[in-house]
Design a protein around this ligand. Structure first.
Ligand SMILES: CC(C)(COP(=O)(O)OP(=O)(O)OC[C@H]1O[C@@H](n2cnc3c(N)ncnc32)[C@H](O)[C@@H]1OP(=O)(O)O)[C@@H](O)C(=O)NCCC(=O)NCCS
Length: 152
């Protein structure tokens, strides 16, 4: 149970600088600010959400809607706010959003070593369905491919 009140909303372009702080603290190969601007302003397949606590940006997540599939691109939580249910809220909101948009199944890639994220996704019923060998350029780590059927 979180002690914080976590608020989730659609990410707007005004909030990208705050998301970049979380991004840089969370990933070995962070996306550029320009990539986020493209996602939020130009990519009609993209859906991004942001999580805040007392007005502070603590996380974000996104997916691409490709036909009736949702490809989760990123889920990240500020290190100082992890283990407070923010990641859970973000994935819960992505799933709710995907059901509203008639997305039948969700997929994502996760590093083999990333146990926190794997546990998070497993909580929602994601299952490992395959691997991509040496998918991550920084350390040639394999990606696990996870899928979840939406009950729509
Ligand atoms: C993965 C991540 C998003 C989890 O966010 P979080 O806000 O800490 O997660 P929550 O507090 O909501 O935890 C939800 C569940 O995730 C799992 N989990 C989260 N952190 C974990 C950890 N350090 N070790 C093991 N399981 C963990 C647990 O199953 C947890 O449920 P529980 O609290 O009932 O045990 C966060 O660690 C993060 O931003 N990591 C860096 C970016 C990243 O790897 N993103 C995923 C890319 S695929």
């Amino acid at each position: 149970m979180s002690l914080y009140k976590i608020e989730v909303s659609r990410l707007t372009s005004d909030e990208i600088d705050e998301v970049m702080v979380v991004e840089k603290l969370s990933f070995a190969i962070p996306w550029s600010k320009q990539a986020f601007i493209e996602e939020v302003t130009n990519n009609k397949f993209a859906r991004y959400i942001i999580a805040k606590i007392d007005g502070k940006t603590v996380g974000y997540a996104g997916l691409w809607k490709v036909c009736d599939e949702g490809h989760i691109t990123n889920v990240a939580v500020h290190p100082e706010y992890r283990r407070n249910g923010v990641g859970f809220m973000l994935v819960r909101n992505l799933i709710d959003l995907s059901i509203k948009e008639d997305i039948a199944r969700l997929t994502l890639e996760v590093r083999r070593s990333n146990i926190p994220a794997q546990n998070l996704y497993t909580k929602f019923g994601f299952k490992v369905e395959g691997f991509r060998k040496e998918y991550y350029a920084d350390n040639k780590e394999d990606a696990m491919i996870m899928w979840k059927e939406n009950a729509i």
